[in-house]
Design a protein around this ligand. Sequence first.
Ligand SMILES: Nc1nc2c(c(=O)[nH]1)N[C@H]1C(S)=C(S)[C@@H](COP(=O)(O)OP(=O)(O)OC[C@H]3O[C@@H](n4cnc5c(=O)[nH]c(N)nc54)[C@H](O)[C@@H]3O)O[C@H]1N2
Ligand SMILES: Nc1nc2c(c(=O)[nH]1)N[C@H]1C(S)=C(S)[C@@H](COP(=O)(O)OP(=O)(O)OC[C@H]3O[C@@H](n4cnc5c(=O)[nH]c(N)nc54)[C@H](O)[C@@H]3O)O[C@H]1N2
Ligand code: SF4
Ligand SMILES: [Mo]
Length: 732
Amino acid sequence: MRDKTISRRSFLVGSAATAALLTLGVNSMDNWLSTQAFADEDTGMVQVPTTCNACSNKCGFIAYVKDGRLWKIKGNPLHPNSKGMLCARGHGYAQIVYSKYRITDPLKNDGNGNFKAISWNQAYQEIGEKVQTILTEKGPEALALIEDPRPNGKYYSHRFINALGSGNYYHHSAACNLSFTSGNLLSMGASGYSSDITSSKFVVFIGRSYADGINPKSARSLVTARENGTKIVFVDPRLNNSANFGAQWLPINPGTDLALVLAISNVLVANNLYDADFVANETYGFDEWSAAIGQYTPQWAEPITGISAGVIKQLALDLAAAAPQSAIAETWRGAYGCSYQNSTECARAVNAVNALLGNFNKKGGALITSPPKPGSLDPVKFPATPKATERLGSVDFPLADDGPGSNLAVPLYAKRGIIKGIFFYNSNATMGYSNPQAWADALSMMDLKVCIDVQMSETAHLCDYVLPECSYLERTELPDFLGASQGVACARQKVVDLVNPNTRSCDLIYGQLAEACGVGQYFQFNLDELIEAQLQSLGADIDEYHEKGVTNVGDPVDIYAQVPAWKTPSGKFQFKSDLMAEHGLEPLIHWIPPKVMPQTGNGEFRLIGGKQAIHSHQMTTANEALMAITEKYHMERAWINAAEAAKLGIADGDLIEITSTENSVQVHCKATERLNPTAIWIPTHYGCSSPELKPGYGVGIPWMSMIPFQPEEKVGAAMTHEVIVKVRKVDE
Ligand SMILES: Nc1nc2c(c(=O)[nH]1)N[C@H]1C(S)=C(S)[C@@H](COP(=O)(O)OP(=O)(O)OC[C@H]3O[C@@H](n4cnc5c(=O)[nH]c(N)nc54)[C@H](O)[C@@H]3O)O[C@H]1N2
Ligand SMILES: Nc1nc2c(c(=O)[nH]1)N[C@H]1C(S)=C(S)[C@@H](COP(=O)(O)OP(=O)(O)OC[C@H]3O[C@@H](n4cnc5c(=O)[nH]c(N)nc54)[C@H](O)[C@@H]3O)O[C@H]1N2
Ligand code: SF4
Ligand SMILES: [Mo]
C-alpha cells in the first residue's frame, strides 16, 4: 500500500478523502473469516466448550484437548459474540496456559521491589493481619478493589470487598467507556445501545471501529451490512480498518465530534426533519433545547471539525431520509468513551440525534436491550453482605455511571490519606487507567497493595503481594449472561489441569482471603453450587449449558416491539438533565470545546490512540506469537500525517521524539496520508516496563505515561486524548 498525501483543503472537502479510501483500500476481512474454517482432525480429542478471556467479549469456543494438553480452539457457533469465529487475539492468547512468563507462586515484595516466593498460607495470614489493622485504625472506607470485571471476578471481587464493609469497588472503565455510559444514563437511563447495522440503510460510525476494536459478531455484521447495501460513513481522524466497508471517510479533527453531532441536530431541527411524534410523546426538554441549538449550524462546525458545511448538511439529510432505519452507531472507547472533556456531552448529543431520528428499538435503528440477570439465591447459603460504606468518589464524580464508578477516585483518596489498602484483580491499573506516576505516587502512600494476576504486570511490581491465578483455561467460572432477542447463559469451563500446580482460581483465592480477613462466613459455598443456583434461578437447562457451552434463558422477546422504558428522572428521553443542573452544569446538550487544542503548523499535535486487531490492551504484551507479528510489521510505530511530517523534515520510518508535559519518548514513525494533520496516532498496546514480560519489554510507547492525571469533571473519566505533544526528528 502506497501512502499519498491529502492536502488540508481536501480534508475539508471530505470527498477527496473518500476517494483515497476507495483507492488505498485496507486488507479484506474475507481472509480472516476464511481462516476460521480450518480442516478438521478432531477424532479422539476431548472437546470442552468454554469462553475466551483475551477481552471483555468473552467469545465462546470449543477447546480440543489431546493427552491432557490443549491442542487447538475453534469458535463456538452457538455463542452470540463469536458465532463460530474467534479473532487473532483469541487464538494467540490461548498460549497463556503454557506461557513461561506466568507467575507460578505467591510473591512478596521486600520493600525494594525484589519479589520472593512465599507460601499461600503466609500470604493469606499477612494480608489478613494488615486488613484487620486497616479496618481497626481507619474503618472499611480505607479499603478498595479495582478489577476489569470477568464472570467470576464480577461476583467474587464485589462480594469480597463488600464483606469487608467497604463500598469502594471499581471497574476499569475510567479509561474505557465511562463517559459514554454516563452520558447514556443521563439521556436514556440505559448505559448503552447497539446499532442494528445489518437492517439499516444508513449508519454513521464515530470513531468506533469493529475491525480494529474487534468483536467477531460486530465485525461480521460489517460484511453483512455491505452485502445488504447499508451505507456506512466513518468519522475518524484516522482511516481505520473498518473503512473498507464504508462509503465515506470523514477525517475529523480529534475532540470535535460534539460539534459535528450538534450541527447534524441543528439541520434536523431547522428543517423539521425529525420524528415529531416520538419527540412529543417520549422526550423531555425538547422545546428549550431546540431553541438553544440554532447557533450550531454546519457553517459554525466546519472550522472546528475540519469537515465542510456541505458534507455535514448532507450527512444530516441522509440520516433523515433513511430514518428510522438509520443511526449514529454506539462508540466504545476511542472517540468519546473517555477521551475528552466533552465526551459525556458528546454521548448525550449522539443520543439526541438518534432520538430525533425516532430510531430507538426500530429495525435498522438503535437498540436498547438488557441481558438476563440471575434471580435471587438461597439467603442462607448466600447471605447478604453487611451494608457497605458509600463508594468514595461518588461525591467528586456524581454523574459517573454508578455500576463501574470512576477508579480515579482511588489515587485521589489515597493521596488524601483515606484509602490505605487496595486489591487489584485482572487489572493493570497503573499502566492503563491514567498517568502511571500518579498511580505509583498514590500506591506509595498505602499500607497494603495486593495484585491477583497471571503475569508480572507493572501494577504487580508496585504491590506488596502478588497472588498467582491460574489461567482461564485451567478454571471454571460463573455463567456469562448475554443476549438481546434471546437471553443465553454461556459457560467458561476448565479445559486442562493446572499447569503450574501452585496457582489457584479466583473463587478459591477470594474464599480463602475472606477467611483470613475474618469474613469467611460469606463464602460458605463452592463455585459449582453457585453456578447451579444462578442457572436454576433462571430455569436454564444445566446439562445443555455444560455440554454445549451455551443455553437459552427465558423466552425470546421482540426487540422491535416497543420503545424503551426510559429509566431517567423524567421517565422520558432527556434533551435536558435537571440532575446536571443540580451539580452546577448546563442541563441542555451544548458545545463544550476540548480541554486543550494543538497549535497546528507549530510542530504541535494532539496525541490520540487506538486498538490493533492482534492485541488486547496491555495484557498480550508477553505473548510471543502476537508480539512476533508486531515486530514483523513494525506495528509499534507512531502515525503522523505525511504532509505534516515533511514540513518537520520527517520521512516515513524515521525515529521521532514525542514530548508531552508528562514524558518524552522515542519511536519510529509511519508517515501516512491516513491521518488527520492535527493528530499523532499511537497503538495503545505497547511500552511494557515489566522486565519479566520479555517479548513486549521496552517495545513502543507507554501511552498513559504521556497523559496528565486529569479526571473529567463530575464523571471521572481519564480524558486520555486531552494531551498536546511536540514532535521532532531524532538522528539515529
Ligand atoms: N483488537 C482489540 N479489540 C478490542 C479490544 C482490544 O484491546 N483489542 N478491547 C475491547 C474494548 S475493552 C474496547 S473498549 C473496544 C474499543 O473499541 P474502539 O473504541 O472502537 O477502539 P479504539 O481503537 O480505541 O478507538 C476507535 C477509533 O477511534 C478513533 N479516534 C480517536 N480519537 C477520536 C476522535 O476524537 N474522534 C473520532 N471520531 N475518532 C477518534 C481512533 O483513531 C480509532 O480508530 O475494543 C474492544 N475490542
Ligand atoms: N495503555 C493502555 N491503557 C488502556 C488501554 C490500552 O489499550 N492501553 N485500553 C483501555 C481500555 S478500552 C480498557 S477496557 C482498559 C482495560 O484494562 P485492564 O483489563 O486493566 O487491561 P490490561 O492492560 O489488559 O490488564 C489486564 C491485567 O489482567 C491480567 N490478566 C489476564 N488474564 C488474567 C486472568 O485470567 N486472571 C487474572 N487475575 N489476571 C489476568 C493481565 O496480565 C493484565 O495485567 O484499559 C484501558 N487503558
Ligand atoms: S473478540 Fe477476540 S479476544 Fe475478544 S473474546 Fe472474542 S476471540 Fe477473545
Ligand atoms: Mo475497554
